[in-house]
Design a protein around this ligand. Sequence first.
Ligand SMILES: C[S@@+](CC[C@H](N)C(=O)[O-])C[C@H]1O[C@@H](n2cnc3c(N)ncnc32)[C@H](O)[C@@H]1O
Length: 205
Amino acid sequence: MKNTLLIVVVTLLLPAVARAQDIPPHIGAILKQIRAADKDQLAVSEEDGRFMRLMVLSTKAKRALEIGAASGYSAIWIGLGLKETGGHLVTIEYDKARAAQAAANIRKAGLSDIVTVVQGDALTEIPKVSGSFDFVFCDAWKRDYQKYFTMVFPALNHGGVFLAHNVINKGNEMADFLKTIRTDPRVVSSIVSPGSEGISISYKR
Ligand SMILES: C[S@@+](CC[C@H](N)C(=O)[O-])C[C@H]1O[C@@H](n2cnc3c(N)ncnc32)[C@H](O)[C@@H]1O
């Protein structure tokens, strides 16, 4: 009876323990704080964040770009992946106050050497980022996705991935982009939904 009880307790506790140890506690606390302060609900869901870290790790991405940082929630998840691959992220945010918050949150997370926040309009800032990318995460205004895809595609490495957020819950705002990723023979695309908003992943052949 005692043994059965012990097994039940351990089994119930294991997922929580594994999840808690999965990221450093101080980063977990910062992520929670960002979500608590995120009144406009701009940040991706925790599951989407976890998925992006996994994508960085599984593709062994080193050079990453994010379009739309808000307060740095998704950038921290991407940064956690890049910490293990030895990579670097440039994240671009138009809003001055949000860009400052993102930089402060990333500093608190101890990821300033991995994530650089650029304040400005992505449409003018992207061409100034030198080099090519293995991983791109697009999460700015939805009607601009096609423009970002066209702009970034030449700098996306073969074997690199272009991810876009809200492709399920805001798909009607990006019909041109969705048509492109479904029909352009240069990419292989799929849509997943770790949270409920949907993420497209387009692999460049
Ligand atoms: C949905 S939020 C990003 C959330 C963030 N990726 C996260 O999960 O924590 C979209 C952000 O894109 C920014 N944005 C919109 N258009 C932009 C542009 N042209 N250049 C840079 N940032 C832009 C907005 O200011 C907003 O903060």
